[in-house]
Ligand binder design. Sequence first.
Ligand SMILES: [Zn+2]
Length: 62
Amino acid sequence: MGDAEKLLPCPFCGSEDIRMGSTGCSIGVDIYIKCNCGAKVQICEEYGEEELIKRWNRRIWK
Ligand SMILES: [Zn+2]
């Protein structure tokens, strides 16, 4: 607890060249992490960056 979750390399291709960003969606703003290979996880901004990183690390794709 307390430590920020660290972003892991892409679980599919192993790349560490991963980008985080944000994009508009129908109800506000989504934040996302994506890899060059097409792997992507995206959630509503209100969940927060830490939750986004957790999902990437646990491979919860949506
Ligand atoms: Zn990848």
